[in-house]
Ligand binder design. Structure first.
Ligand code: ADP
Length: 529
């Protein structure tokens, strides 16, 4: 017989008994059970040894009550040993643990030798959870035991969070600390996107109904019009440390030194030691009082490049101390970089890849696929994306929904989704061409931060999406080519998304299509239950 099942049944009985005893606190319930056990045992012994009144069936009222008390207290106390970690009542047990919502399912795969002791040590706090991987030398087992410890500490199950199917070794030291599972996200494919003469099937990880369908429609309109073209204007990742000097005068001297053209080769040689792919391109400084912010920009091959550029900056800061020993390094990142924050510096100077993507959409395609007119689209773009965003005080937000497409593509291909902040900066322009018959549409995106090596790109599912696009890893002898191509695919997909959403708005189809794809009766029923 499965002991865990027996334990579960006993626990269920105990919950029923405890529920009957509520609203008494758990400590009092336990005490009452002990007292009941002792008293009923004494009474039973006395009844058994009483020759004048031997125990006989059917039992009399008092005998029956004694036997019921005995059985109830034994079952209750046994269940305490079977599941000592599960709080029995919603009041908590005074330990500060969260109340149990339901009896959580036990650990996937069951327990192996030594697991019980390890989990108990994590639960008690004597073994820090983040030491599990190094202690066990087995990342999957570490994640499994951490998950079990979490179940015991919180009293809540995480059965809906999948465990199997993730390579826990692959994420160690690279993607995520203290894993207990992973989140499922559906991946849809839009396309083919006809861009620069190539067809791309664009993977998008999203839970927003309508999004993939909309981008798909945009791709159809682009392909039916002969395709889109892209141009990459700039490729430069940046990092800007903040340093403090004794005076603003001294900070200005350092600025002059690092920006002086004759010193560039020296500084580049020091910076480039960080990696065979890092090549310093530019240094641009800003002052705030006696604090100096030095914005270093460099190419980083096929890596998104944050680690690479940060290492290069550390090399430079160490080297600068020789000539500026009074320089105090406040932070290797001083926010003038600017990473994962809305900032004009990225919008104006660019960060990562700066791309423009354009297409001419035929008037007949605007009618047949997009169900609107060229004039309506152009007017809508001026009033919404340009004027509307201007009065909203937008900073790089002159578009309809670039971040929708950027984020879905970023998640699918293992990019850092937090960088959607600056990567989604985009101005969408629409004009009539060919005597007003056709539509010229473009997206200009100065800060697309992507890589095809490093970070989350190494994980199996993300690598599969990169592979689908033909940009996984790097091309031998052409470092950076895949990452640049990925940036143009991001811009091309945004172009398709902008076209389709603007058309939906112009034709008044937006709400109708969202009701169709985004609010199924199934969802509503699920949400209500
Ligand atoms: P990031 O700098 O984007 O955070 P990593 O720190 O993982 O990414 O750096 C990328 C690593 O991959 C570096 O160690 C680099 O030497 C290596 N690498 C191998 N091939 C390439 C390539 N084609 N482009 C960039 N980096 C590469």
């Amino acid at each position: 017989m499965d002991l865990r099942r027996v334990g579960g049944r006993i626990a269920a009985v105990r919950r029923a008994l405890t529920a009957a005893a509520l609203p008494l606190p758990m400590r009092i319930t336990n005490g009452l059970a002990m007292v009941s056990l002792v008293l009923s045992s004494c009474d039973l012994l006395r009844l058994c040894s009483d020759r004048e009144r031997p125990l006989r069936f059917p039992l009399g009222g008092r005998e029956f009550a004694t036997v019921v008390c005995q059985l109830a207290s034994v079952v209750y106390l046994l269940s305490l040993f079977a599941h000592p970690e599960a709080p029995a009542s919603d009041e908590g047990d005074g330990s500060g643990r969260a109340p149990a919502a339901a009896e959580p399912a036990p650990m996937p795969g069951g327990m192996e030798d030594g697991d019980e002791e390890t989990v108990a040590a994590v639960v008690s706090g004597t073994l820090p959870s983040h030491h599990l991987e190094s202690l066990l030398g087995d990342c999957r087992r570490a994640a499994r035991l951490r998950r079990e410890a979490l179940r015991r500490v919180t009293g809540r199950g995480v059965e809906g969070l999948p465990f199997e199917g993730m390579d826990y070794q692959a994420i160690l030291g690279q993607c995520c600390e203290m894993p207990v599972g992973y989140v499922q996200l559906p991946v849809g494919v839009a396309g083919p996107l006809l861009l620069d003469g190539h067809e791309y099937h664009v993977p998008m990880a999203t839970t927003e109904g309508c999004l993939v369908a909309s981008v798909n429609r945009g791709c159809r309109a682009i392909a039916a019009s002969g395709g889109a073209m892209s141009v990459l204007l700039r490729d430069s990742m940046s990092r800007a440390p903040a340093v403090k000097l004794p005076s603003a005068k001294r900070a200005a001297e350092l600025k002059e030194f690092v920006e002086a053209p004759p010193n560039f080769e020296l500084l580049a040689a020091v910076f480039n030691r960080s990696s065979r792919f890092a090549r310093l391109q530019d240094i641009h400084c800003a002052l705030a009082g006696r604090n100096l912010y030095m914005r270093f920009t460099c190419i980083t091959g096929d890596a998104m490049g944050m680690n690479m550029v940060s290492k290069g900056v550390e090399n430079i800061l160490g080297w600068l101390r020789n000539d500026f020993p009074d320089m105090d390094v406040i932070s290797v990142s001083g926010n003038y970089c600017s990473d994962k924050k809305t900032a004009a510096v990225n919008w104006i100077e660019g960060r990562g890849k700066s791309v423009v993507c354009e297409a001419i959409i035929k008037g007949e395609v605007v009618h047949s696929i997009l169900k609107t007119t060229v004039e309506k689209l152009v007017e809508l773009n001026v009033i919404k994306n340009l004027a509307g965003s201007a009065i909203a005080g937008a900073l790089g937000g002159f578009n309809a929904h670039a971040s929708n497409i950027v984020t879905a593509l970023f998640i699918a291909t293992g990019q850092d989704p937090a960088q959607n902040v600056e990567s989604s900066q985009c101005i969408t322009m629409l004009e009539t061409v060919n005597d007003g018959d056709d539509l010229h549409i473009s997206v200009t995106m100065p800060s697309i931060e992507v890589g095809t090596i490093g970070g989350g790109t190494c994980l199996a599912s993300q690598a599969a999406c990169l592979n689908l696009l033909g940009v996984k890893g790097s091309i031998h002898g052409s470092p950076g080519a895949n990452a640049k191509r990925l940036a143009t695919i991001v811009a091309g997909s945004v172009l398709a998304g902008e076209l389709s959403l603007l058309a939906a708005l112009a034709s008044g189809q937006l709400v109708k299509s969202h009701m169709k794809y985004n609010r199924s009766s199934k969802d509503a029923a699920k949400a209500a239950s």
